[in-house]
Design a protein around this ligand. Structure first.
Ligand code: NAP
Length: 367
């Protein structure tokens, strides 16, 4: 049986390793993709340093862009040679930080003309996360295809995107703009405010400002009765940095969606991070606030999203320029292991602001 290299965590805080693992043959609706570019996301750090929900050894990564090299007998949409990108995570064969990924075709979109793999690979997990959260946690419709002249019934209600410059935050704001939401506010550091306003935020606040909570509350109450902000998306999930501040803003009737995990103690060299998965217990939420944790992995429970979100909606909105990809910081390194370790260390050191870390899977630069 043929094998290929994969980046593997072998235990919390231990150095990453490259393992040769067997290359599965795609069956049924599966395709085999040669992974060319991947992205590193905070989940890699949660898994590698924190061991979060991991039984090692585990291949890391869940966003991939590459070329289809083999298809199963029931594949109807994709062909060998197609350039694709997708969010794939459910088992070792699907995980992204390896030379070949095998997954069903509905987990991939075709790379649009004019988009590079580096750009496209910034989308899959966090575009899906934002979309899923709006539907599952806020009850928004986001109809697809979007009818001509569509106006959502919550178009004028305030929506706070805490952490608007994060990868998820940027996609969230852009999706809301496209569906006509007109009262989106965001927190981010100041250097990102212009960009987020361009994406559709009507007002941005600096989350480092000592008076940020009062400022947001004053802004919201100048426009609406309680709850001043009916919808709050926490794209950061930091106990001190986002969850507790948000608990001071949310009021009875507010829906709060927090991207899990909630980080209680940050990762650092020699320090194992600590997490909570129970948002309800993380803060003193006012009675009447609905605060829940988001787990994107459940988006496939929604049949329509499973069938359309990655295969059609994501590539179409990228192709039409509705969604601008996150900026990319290319992680360089001589070997696969070097690039993977360096990306992890940059996540640990919080070295990225408003951008996504992307890197090549292959050591062969001609790919
Ligand atoms: N549960 C799920 O299904 C799921 C899915 C996707 C993501 N997530 C989680 O969501 C989180 C974000 O993921 P991501 O990939 O979008 O992160 P990211 O892009 O790596 O986030 C980096 C950004 O976070 C911002 N930031 C840091 N601390 C902040 C704070 N206290 N308040 C506001 N902004 C802050 C920084 O903003 P500035 O540069 O402006 O300072 C930086 O631009 C991660 O913990 C991830 O694991 C969960």
């Amino acid at each position: 049986m043929s094998t290929h290299p994969a980046v593997v965590t072998v235990g919390p805080g231990l150095p990453l390793e490259i393992h040769q693992i067997s290359t599965p043959k795609p069956v049924g609706d599966q395709v085999r993709v040669r992974s060319e570019w991947t992205a590193s996301t905070p989940l890699d750090l949660h898994q590698a340093d924190g061991g979060l929900l991991v039984t090692p050894p585990l291949v890391l990564g869940d966003g991939v862009a590459g070329t289809v090299v083999e298809v199963g007998s029931e594949v109807t949409r994709l062909r060998v040679g197609d350039k694709v990108f997708g969010f794939t995570w459910r088992n070792q064969a699907e995980k992204a930080h390896q030379e070949f990924v095998v997954a069903p075709e509905f987990l991939f979109g075709k790379l649009p003309d004019g988009a590079t793999m580096q750009q496209a690979v910034t989308l899959p997990n966090n575009f899906v996360t934002a979309w899923h959260t709006f539907i599952e946690h806020f009850g928004f419709e986001l109809p697809w295809p979007k009818p001509e002249g569509y106006v959502s019934k919550e178009a004028d209600e305030a929506i706070l995107i805490w952490g608007g410059s994060s990868s998820v935050g940027q996609y969230a704001i852009q999706i809301l703009k496209w569906y006509g939401y007109k009262n989106v506010i965001a927190t981010a550091s100041k250097q990102h405010h212009d960009k987020l306003r361009g994406y559709g935020a009507v007002k941005c606040f600096d989350y480092r400002d000592v008076s940020v909570i009062e400022e947001i509350k004053n802004y919201a109450h100048g426009r609406a009765p309680q709850p001043g902000i009916p919808y709050i998306l926490d794209c950061i999930g930091s106990l001190a940095g986002s969850v507790r501040p948000i608990a001071k803003i949310a009021e009875p009737g507010s829906k709060v969606a927090v991207l899990l995990p909630v980080t209680v103690k940050d990762a650092a060299i020699g320090i194992k991070p600590e997490y909570s998965l129970v948002v309800e217990e993380c803060a003193d939420w006012q009675s009447g606030v609905e605060a829940r944790g988001v787990r994107t992995h459940f988006y496939l429970d929604n049949k329509s999203l499973a069938e359309n979100l990655q295969s059609e909606i994501m590539p179409t909105l990228l192709a039409e320029g509705v969604i601008e990809p996150n900026e990319q910081v290319i992680v360089e390194g001589q070997t696969l292991l070097e690039r993977a370790e360096k990306a992890l260390s940059m996540l640990r050191n919080k070295a990225v602001s408003g951008a996504r870390l992307v890197w090549r899977l292959s050591d062969d630069n001609s790919l």
